[in-house]
Design a protein around this ligand. Structure first.
Ligand code: AMP
Length: 211
């Protein structure tokens, strides 16, 4: 409830209380390629990419919120919803304030949030979700191998250990995947994440072009 109030008072401004962000979600298991696709789409004019994991990784780990991120992510768990949504809204509010994200012109490309049904519910009043691109990769072992490679390349501690990776995939199945049902088949588009990155981009672009 308080987050809804926050949404209406702090970030949207008095004259824009009913405005929602036009949004496309990039959705999928860890390792499915959400970040890669999000970054590409974010380079297109009139699209603004925001990855929740990047927001968390940019935090100073000496702050309480930075410490909470370290604690939860190193166990392969999600950071509690209230902390997450509050942080995300503060960051998006800053982006609007700095005119990097212009909600009246730009569409949001979100990756990594909402990550469970509670977050989707909290953000219902904030996001006008047009489509959800589900980067589908049923082969768990392929995901694990991608994540292990990423751990080496990007020095990510949450991808470094196989037990944490498996826990992250379990968290995805249990907590995140139900978000697809929350938005339903009219909005969800399943895209084969095992294709080459350029083909995945092509599939997403084809959907974006049609609205
Ligand atoms: P990612 O880079 O999207 O895989 O996120 C890395 C970690 O950040 C996750 O394993 C979670 O611990 C945390 N995180 C990122 N996004 C969220 C979110 N929407 N809700 C809760 N925790 C999140």
């Amino acid at each position: 409830m308080w987050i809804r109030l926050l949404a209406k008072t702090s970030f949207f401004g008095k004259n824009q209380t009913k405005m929602k962000y036009r949004t496309y979600l990039i959705f999928g298991a860890p390792g499915a390629g959400k970040g890669t696709q999000g970054k590409v789409l974010g380079t297109i004019p009139r699209f603004f990419h925001c990855a929740c994991g990047d927001v968390f990784r940019s935090l100073d780990t000496r702050t309480p919120i930075g410490q909470a991120f370290l604690d939860y992510s190193s166990r392969g768990e999600l950071v509690p919803d209230e902390i997450t949504v509050k942080l995300w809204m503060a960051v998006i509010g800053d982006m609007v304030g700095m005119h990097k994200f212009k909600p009246d012109l730009d569409a949001l490309i979100l990756d990594g949030i909402p990550r469970n049904v509670q977050q989707a519910e909290i953000m219902r009043d904030i996001l006008d979700v047009r489509k959800v691109f589900h980067l589908s990769c049923p082969d768990r072992e392929a995901l694990i191998s991608r994540l292990k490679k990423r751990a080496l390349k990007e020095n990510r501690f949450d991808d470094a250990n196989e037990e944490t990776i498996r826990r992250r995939l379990f968290t995805y199945e249990e907590e995140s995947k139900p978000v697809l049902d929350f938005y339903g088949p009219s909005k969800v588009r399943h895209i084969d994440a095992t294709q080459s990155p350029v083909k995945v981009t092509y599939d997403i672009l084809s959907e974006l072009i049609t609205g």
